[in-house]
Design a protein around this ligand. Structure first.
Ligand code: SF4
Ligand code: SF4
Length: 115
């Protein structure tokens, strides 16, 4: 499943550069599939909708850093464990129960983001 950032986040910024998928954004920042991924053209989100990879979407949190579930692969294909959780000083990067995904699904997402 994807990882999420809880309200305990102290906005230190340590996690953001560690994410291999650029799934982590500062509060209030818009996100896009294309940010630091190699995918071009269109992309199918987890809900089945197709978007332009360069389309920018509203922030998912305003006051803390946040993770885009559509870009988080739990670091599968890159690292042994979620890098955001590894570096977070307050342990506020936790599994997001709303997004139950198998390792195969996470690896498929990684391949889709980095074809
Ligand atoms: Fe990024 Fe990995 Fe954290 Fe997901 S688990 S947000 S891919 S660093
Ligand atoms: Fe927030 Fe933890 Fe990321 Fe720092 S490392 S910005 S406390 S989620």
């Amino acid at each position: 499943m994807a990882i999420k950032i809880t309200e305990e986040c102290i906005n230190c910024g340590a996690c953001e550069p560690e994410c291999p998928n650029n799934a982590i954004y500062e509060g209030g920042a818009q996100w896009s599939i294309a940010d630091k991924t190699s995918v071009t053209g269109t992309y199918v989100l987890m809900d089945g909708s197709m978007v332009d990879v360069k389309a920018r979407f509203p922030a998912l949190a305003e006051d803390t850093y946040y993770i885009v579930p559509n870009k988080c692969t739990e670091c599968q294909g890159f690292h042994e464990e979620p890098q955001c959780a590894s570096v977070c000083p307050v342990d506020c990067c936790v599994p997001d129960e709303a997004y139950q995904e198998t390792v195969e699904q996470l690896l498929a997402k990684k391949e889709a983001l980095h074809p």
